[in-house]
Design a protein around this ligand. Sequence first.
Ligand SMILES: [Fe+2]
Ligand SMILES: [Fe+2]
Length: 373
Amino acid sequence: MNMNAHTADATTVEEGLAIQEQQAVLDSESATAVAMQDTLLTPRFYTTDFEELDAIDVTPVRADWDHLIAEMRTDPNKGHFKKDDTWDHVDWDAMEPELKKEFIDFLISSCTAEFSGCVLYKEMKRRGHNKDVTELFQLMARDEARHAGFINDALREAGIAVNLGFLTQAKKYTYFRPKFIYYATYLSEKIGYARYITIYRHLEANPDKRFHPIFKWFEEWCNDEFRHGEAFALLMKTDPRLTAGVNVWWIKFFLTAVFATMHVRDHQRPAFHDALGVDTDWYGQEVFRKTSDLSKQIFPITLDIDHPRWSKGLNMLQRASAQVDAGKRKGGIGGKLTEWTGAAKAALAFAALYTIPAKRHQVPASTRLEPAY
Ligand SMILES: [Fe+2]
Ligand SMILES: [Fe+2]
């Protein structure tokens, strides 16, 4: 393989990963250690019942399916995720230490999340026989390998990178039944779109706040995530039972968990949001609103994020999570006690959020949407 090959030009996930493997010599241990963490809040790796997933028949959504796959095949972002002359120089040494720490944490966790999608999609493609399913997963894995590779490019300038080959081998995999993979992955793709486009639009209006060039890539980036979300909406649309009956409670659970996790994680990065000139609570609500609107394409409910108990519950959860962290730092029996009380408070806060009555919606006959934000 060409030593100057770049993940942005890779047309398959295998090629993209091989290029990253070559660069792994530069990778640092501490960044990989951060990516290895498995807590409720950090990105995980997933595995599932690949045979059940492979058995999906997309006939009920054939027209929309073919349209989406054709678009992904044209590969609109081939070659895009690469530093070019619009990539401004980043003076990492001059960056305020707190911001640097939080931004690097943001990059590592984004890279892990991108790579988590890559690993899951690639495995599905490898194990499956269903031509529709394997082609979709090959195309999505291709995109995620590029995204992860690009974030690693940015990290490398700061002298660190995540060792993706090592992560694949060593990180713990969480098993989710296929339907939980659909809910969780659909939401993470759509919320990913909403997060990236909200930051992109904000920085378009406030270019002086763009403290790192990677944000310039967020527009095309989020369009990839949008398409991935469309694919999961179609997969769920093939079976009406997935979005009815008791599964609506599961949908509510995943909506609450995904939104709550984002709230807590983002509040752990005050300097990062300060530098962007973004109020974390405003940003959160904005992203929840966009994600909720999009999810009406397939989910019969959305969370009532304007309910008076909503922000109260989120803040409670955030304080509880801070208490858990404080307990862990303290250590010993006293620390454990603090940690457990924090965990109990977090469970209560989550229950308070979960029991806010949801809003019901009529779901459209076709899931098809275009990115409009
Ligand atoms: Fe991605
Ligand atoms: Fe994605």
